[in-house]
Design a binder for this molecule. Sequence first.
Ligand code: SAM
Length: 255
Amino acid sequence: THFGAEEVPLHDKARRVSGVFSSVAASYDTMNDAMSLGVHRLWKDAFVRMLSPVPGMAVVDLAGGTGDIAFRVVSALDAAGAWAPSATAATTPPVRVLDINPDMLAEGVRRAASAGIPPSRATFAIGNAEALPLPDASVDALTISFGMRNVSRPAVALAEAVRVLAPGGRFLMMEFGRVRHPVAAAAYDAYSAVLPAVGAVVAGDAPAYRYLVESIRRFPGQEAFCGMMREAGLQRVRVTDLTGGVVAVYSGWKG
Ligand code: SAM
């Protein structure tokens, strides 16, 4: 575990986002369970199934927070024999979690320790999605789950993703989307409207939930974000809706 010095100047948005996540780091699971009624666990399972990590794959999880995606990738790699005593042990690098917020990372480090996941399988370090501390063409799979919405300049983050991916590498992202069915969309809007009140009761933190709802509304819809991915140079761009588009999984490949 290494927390590098953060040299990149933070935008106002970045500073505000950072405050939100510092305040929720310890109760992050409770908050997600409450706002998604537990369904975020299934979305994350589905996301990692779509990635289908294989032994030897260099995976970086951006905005990886407390490790929800990374731990699932570690399990999948483990099940695929990546760390079997026999062969590939030396060739499968640890899943690297990068996040801008040290409090989220610290919670992830604690969780890894209590789940018995050693640094040979998962590492945690400070990293800004807009200025990745990674060499060009060095990553096989770059994941980002519920992180892009918080990034000040998504186009810059996409350009960075393309820079660090190896040729043939994959970008896989999960984010809140637009609900397509009008009746479901109306129900979802009504639910969003009461979320801050729910947040106040469940987590004592209405502002964090208000931020959540606003950031979802402001984020591009599925078609628009696919366009941004193509503009950044990703190929074979696809989006898969989960739960009617409440959440969308975006996939694109480098070269
Ligand atoms: N990926 C985790 C998950 O799915 O549970 C955490 C998602 S959490 C909603 C959003 C995370 O994005 C926070 O941990 C926050 O610190 C991080 N974040 C926000 N802006 C970032 C940036 N520019 N670069 C890297 N991480 C960022």
